[in-house]
Design a protein around this ligand. Structure first.
Ligand SMILES: [Zn+2]
Length: 292
């Protein structure tokens, strides 16, 4: 398995971090700011080796250089206290990407922007913008470089091509609301998502809004594809997103249901993995109550 991305994506070097955890099967990518000085290698050196047990899978420098520090099938300590769609401790199921950026800054009386670590930046020199959002609050933010954004896109594309279990790209502020504000509001998150997922791909986030959420164990379906298998898909669509094939007559717990592009889909659990199957090939199962 291509668990070190080097070779899949040209130019990524692997420089192992001090703090690496046990095996994971990543479901999501979490984007971060380093909230650090901008010098090349400075944040990467800290993330690779520190006494605070912090680590991350990838670091993207201002010039777009990518360093990998943790294998994608190993846990890194980047998210801390976090929740994604009801699942706690996102380090157990995510890949972390840190982009070098000073993070949220404040305006000084001499009209410079000051980072939390004391360094100041000329507002016009760095294209710094003053922005308020519900997620980030009010602050001054430095834009990401074009090279950084291009590298994030390339990296996410390579990761989604290589790792079938990946389903979403999210942010530290989304999984740790009120505690974290990275990446900043100038990061083009929706642009990245539409490139990776396709413009009309119904993602989990949309599906969660449009469908009823079942508790696993309350409803089951049985696949009905005599002589054939049923595709388990990352999202409810016919785009190339098959993550497993399920044998005929398999009984599966249902997590969600929904109608997408005029078809009924069910989100099921198979082999420890969430995915969508066409409802027309998944018959409802009714269990007889055991006699007392
Ligand atoms: Zn973060």
């Amino acid at each position: 398995m291509g668990r070190i991305i080097d070779g899949i994506l040209q130019g990524v070097t692997f420089d192992p971090a001090r703090w690496t955890g046990g095996e994971i099967e990543p479901d999501i990518i979490i984007l971060h700011d380093t909230a650090s000085r901008l010098g090349r290698g400075s944040a990467a050196r800290y993330l690779k080796s520190n006494d605070r047990k912090v680590s991350v899978h990838f670091v993207i420098e201002r010039d777009g250089t990518i360093t990998q520090q943790v294998r994608t099938d190993r846990r890194a300590n980047h998210a801390g206290t976090s929740t994604y769609h009801g699942r706690r401790n996102c380090n157990r199921f995510s890949i972390g990407i840190e982009m070098v950026n000073p993070g949220k800054m404040t305006r000084r009386s001499d009209d410079k922007a000051q980072a939390w670590f004391g360094q100041t930046f000329g507002i016009a020199d760095h294209g710094i913008q003053e922005i308020s959002t519900p997620e980030h609050g009010h602050g001054l933010w430095m834009p990401y470089t074009e090279a950084q954004i291009a590298s994030v896109i390339d990296l996410c594309q390579a990761l989604f091509n290589d790792i079938a279990s990946l389903r979403d790209i999210t942010t530290h502020w989304y999984v740790s609301p009120g505690r974290k504000v990275d990446p900043g509001p100038l990061f083009p998150l929706e642009q990245l998502r539409s490139i990776i997922f396709g413009r009309d791909e119904p993602r989990d986030v949309d599906a969660a809004v449009d469908t009823v959420l079942y508790s696993a164990g309350l409803e089951y379906v049985q696949t009905h594809t005599p002589g054939d298998t049923l595709n388990l898909r990352r999202w409810p669509s016919f785009n190339p997103n098959v993550i497993a094939t399920i044998p005929h007559d398999t009984i599966l717990p249902v997590l969600r249901r929904g109608v997408f592009a005029g078809r009924q889909w069910v989100c099921v659990l198979y082999g420890g993995r969430e995915g969508w199957v066409l409802a027309s090939y998944a018959d409802p199962v009714t269990f007889k109550e055991a006699s007392p």
